[in-house]
Design a protein. Sequence first.
Length: 95
Amino acid sequence: AALAWIEQNGPEMEARRRNVLLRELQRVQRASFIHFLLLCLIPTSLLFIVVATVLGEDEECQSDATLCIKETRTFVNAFTTRCICDAIDVNEGVN
C-alpha cells in the first residue's frame, strides 16, 4: 500500500496532473474568449447597421400638394425616419 502512494506522487504523476490542468485551463480560456467575442460582435454589428442606415438615407421628403418635413431621429426610431406631410382636405370640391 505504501508503494502505491509513493508512485502516485512521482514525477510522472505530477507531469500528468500538470497536463490535465493545462488542457482544462486552455479549454476554459477558449470558451471565455468565444463568449467575449460574441458579446462584442453583437453590439458592434448593430452600431454598423445604424451608421449605414443614417449615411445611406438620401430620400426626398417633398410633395407638390402639401408641406412635408422629415421627422427628427430619436432613439426610438433610430433605424427609420418618416416623412410627415400636412393633411389635404378632400371636402373642398364636394357640393
